[in-house]
Design a protein around this ligand. Sequence first.
Ligand code: ZN
Length: 408
Amino acid sequence: MVPLTIHQARWLVPVSEPILENGAVVVAGPRIVAVGPASRLRRHYQGKCIDHGDGAILPALVNAHVHLEFSALRGRIPRQAALGHWLSAAMAEFAQLSAAEIHHGVQEGLAELWRYGTILVGEVSNTGLSLPGLLNSGLGFHYFYECLGFDRLGSGPLEADFPIFASPEARARDNFSAAAHAPYSVSPALFGRIFDWNRRYRRRTTVHLAESRQEVEFLRQGNGFFQHLLQQRGRWPADYQPPQCSPVVYLDRLGGLGPQTLAVHAIWLDAADRELLARRLSWAVLCPRSNLFTGAGFPRLSELYRAGVRLALGTDSLASNDDLNMFNEIMTLQQQYPDFAPDKLLALATCQGALALGRGHDLGSLGPGKLAALLFIPVASDRHFWPDLLAAGAAGKISWVTAPGVES
Ligand SMILES: [Zn+2]
């Protein structure tokens, strides 16, 4: 028999169930056996009992959108007033990095994810350089290998241009997908090839979508900042015809909207776009601090929520954020939407993120059979539970109660 341990605290936040005062979690090996009132569980289960005291036990966090390979760019790119300027600066700085600097940044990013209580990430990479670090990290992850190519109009299999998709590892791993960077950097034909590969191997996908005004303008009129950028880089097809629709409608026309699609940012949407995302059961992954950093705008949280769009949360990379602490993401949303319930905000960074990344069955909430990825955060006052919890999390006062290695 695996020995049982009972972890109790003044507060238990299962996320999937109401908060319990004096609650406990019974853990055997890497899994949760039971969740409930501490007094009842201590009567039912024999095992070592650890009382963590004044504070909350909650599930470890899920960061549904990050680019670990950009971690070495932290502090190198100033805040911008428009996304295009940020993109140009980030591309120029990234080109200066050596492979050793990128690897070092990945390790620092992974250490920071652990420090801030993260157990699962949606990693977006266009080099593959972050994969070895993630495999050795003990973190759960979904690896989105991101393709770019606005002038790649080939119609063959994706592997012809991106050899990583021919590797046995890519084909065998359920947590490896093909991803598209954005509508202004991926041709319609390349979108189709990406979706075909994912359909063949039954994988989810992700794309940066409706992030900036310039993207909307580009799809409607075929001009503006992104036309200039593509021309500058010698990638502008002279016969380009804009689809003359919104980014969301465009992705839907390409066959790219569905329950397995994570649309990242989703800022510049109208009511019909929100309704369409909700109807397709697609995910919108919000990265509010990154949006403020790059000057892209700010997600309309309440309207997305009211429309029934499935929502998750991410930090994006350290090239457009100060840290990888998901509580700071929550706090930023709360400052803009003070009436939005804090338990729903925490759900975006836990159970919703786990569902978006296909790990809802074992991560993101506390319940029997789930992995025992448990955090403890001190909460001194009983009257201001949520403000105290979120402030302590944002201040990094996060410790691991139990941290099972997650098989990915
Ligand atoms: Zn991103």
